[in-house]
Ligand binder design. Structure first.
Ligand SMILES: [Zn+2]
Length: 344
């Protein structure tokens, strides 16, 4: 019996040595160590042995099992390592392939223009204020000297939610709201950027929704020359030191006197060309001295306080600064257009 076990061990070890695949190893494992294997069979026959022999043979059988099992594990690890080696040799990663491009986002052109305007005016001591886009008739019109029957309302037809509630047609109500909040006894120096709405038919220069930045400065002794100084500063910083400005008389119900500001044409420097329609000037924004009635309605005494206000369209500013030819480019979100203005 002892010889039989030793012979089995040698036989099994030889087979393990010769095995070349993991499957073969598994077959050897089952046939020698399984319940129907020869070693189990030997152990079954132990009943025939003398009591002295039994523990000796039992121990030997267990030892044989252990030796075979160890050798199987050993070989298995070897074969697995070989397989990995082979895999590493055959499967190569080609690191010369170009990587997938990572697309980086950036601020929308209008957002960066508005932020640029904000920075400039903050530098001149203005604070940035915001207000609701759904506005009352009172703040949108009446508080700005546009009573219900005023003909100038026709220029600013809006989208009405109720008789008294509408989508604001300009950001001026934020000025009225701020003056009310300051209760007529402290200076106001603010700009209000934001979205506004008008019932316009969309074309290359009109949109039913667009952006405005308006400014207001109310204090004692604010003069027209202050307005001119601030606007001149804006024009030069935004469009270039060499640009000249001029003010032309205009009309707005909430300012008196009212002006339109032009800057000298960048292309012809005032001589006249197709860009400026041969005038040498390009219209940029409107403004004026705050109408005494507007001050009064907001609780400021017009005999003590005076002020100026102005308003501009960031779309127009961006179109002039970057030569954008259609206002709709700002809203259709064509990445090919937007990407050109992403700052690195
Ligand atoms: Zn020109």
């Amino acid at each position: 019996m002892k010889e039989r076990l030793q012979a089995l061990q040698q036989e099994a070890l030889n087979k393990v040595e010769e095995a070349t695949t993991l499957d073969e190893l598994q077959t050897i494992r089952v046939s020698y160590l399984g319940k129907k294997g020869p070693i189990t069979e030997v152990l079954r026959g132990m009943g025939k042995l003398s009591p002295e022999e039994r523990p000796v043979i039992g121990e030997l059988a267990n030892k044989v099992r252990e030796v075979i099992a160890n050798q199987l594990d050993h070989k298995k690890a070897d074969l697995e390592a070989q397989a990995l080696e082979k895999k590493l040799e055959t499967e190569k990663i080609d690191v010369t392939l170009p990587g997938r491009p990572v697309s980086v986002g950036g601020a929308h052109l209008l957002t960066s223009i508005v932020e640029e305007i904000e920075d400039l005016f903050i530098g001149m001591g203005f604070e940035v204020r915001e207000g609701p886009e759904v506005e009352t008739d009172y703040y949108n019109f009446e508080a700005l000297n546009l009573p219900k029957d005023h003909p100038a309302r026709d220029m600013q037809d809006s989208f009405y939610i109720t008789e008294e509630l509408l989508m604001r047609t300009h950001t001026s109500p934020v000025q009225a709201r701020t003056m009310n909040e300051y209760k007529g006894n402290k200076p106001v120096k603010m700009i209000c950027p934001g979205k506004v709405y008008r019932r316009d038919t969309d074309d290359a220069t009109h949109s039913h929704q667009f952006t405005q930045v308006e400014g207001l400065y109310v204090d004692k002794d604010v003069r027209m020359s202050d307005l001119k100084g601030v606007l001149n500063q804006f024009a030069k910083q935004f469009f270039g030191e060499e640009r000249e400005i001029r003010l032309r008389p205009s009309f707005f119900p909430f300012t008196e006197p009212s002006v339109e500001m032009d800057i000298s044409c960048k292309v012809c420097h005032g001589k006249g060309c197709s860009v400026c329609k041969q005038t040498g000037w390009i219209e940029i924004l409107g403004g004026g001295m705050v109408h005494p009635r507007v001050l009064e309605m907001a609780g400021y005494d017009p005999s003590v306080y005076s002020g100026f206000a102005f308003g501009m369209g960031p779309e127009r500013i961006a179109m002039l600064k970057y030569g954008v030819d259609d206002i709709r480019h700002f809203y259709t979100n064509d990445v090919r257009f937007l990407k050109q203005y992403h700052k690195a």
